[in-house]
Ligand binder design. Structure first.
Ligand SMILES: [Zn+2]
Length: 183
């Protein structure tokens, strides 16, 4: 049942609430086209006018894979509220948002994508089409190398962190490691 939802029939569009039947994942269209070419992803909404593409995922499912989406946040956004213009099932060409599938996709399309598979496919596609992915900071959040500074961890090693996290960790851990050495 999780993946059973389909858009209204026909070639029109409907403005539908996000967070009711689906949440929404938005990425640059170049990243989406890369996915269509290189992976067997679920149906995607292409919007050449805005340069974005969108997948619909079951409500709340992005939270099941928090780091997978957190490390994409510079380029990929998850929306769990608001409204979105959703193409109807037969809207498979422009103008405006329309459904696209990987070349050679067989059978009836699935309009809700698996959030975990999607994040897994989006990581290499984002790396190729947008740029480097961030590393995981000690705080658990994503930090990009171009904004990171080295900080001292609990074991005395240096890692790249958010500047604020580095300042805090270094102040705490340098004192702790130093204390241990003296003991
Ligand atoms: Zn941090």
């Amino acid at each position: 049942m999780t993946y059973a939802w389909t858009p209204p029939p026909g070639t029109g569009h409907s403005l539908l609430p996000i967070g009711h039947h689906f949440d929404l994942v938005q990425a640059p269209l170049t990243t989406g086209m890369h996915l269509l070419r290189d992976t067997f992803c679920d149906a995607m909404i292409a919007n050449p006018e805005t340069g974005h593409c969108t997948w619909l995922i079951p409500v709340g499912h992005a939270k099941r894979s928090p780091w997978s989406y957190a490390r994409l946040t510079r380029y990929v956004q998850v929306a769990t509220s608001g409204q979105a213009l959703i193409p109807h099932t037969d809207r498979t060409a422009g103008p405006g948002p329309h459904w696209v599938r990987p070349a050679g996709a067989q059978g009836s399309p699935r309009y809700l994508a698996c959030a975990i598979t999607l994040a897994g496919d989006l990581a290499p596609a984002t790396l190729t089409t947008c740029g480097p992915l961030p590393i995981r900071c000690v705080c658990g959040g994503p930090v990009y190398r171009d904004e990171a500074t080295p900080g001292t961890e609990t074991d005395g090693s240096e890692y790249l962190m958010h500047p604020a996290c580095a300042q805090q960790a270094t102040a705490t851990n340098t004192a702790r490691v130093g204390g241990r050495r003296r003991a």
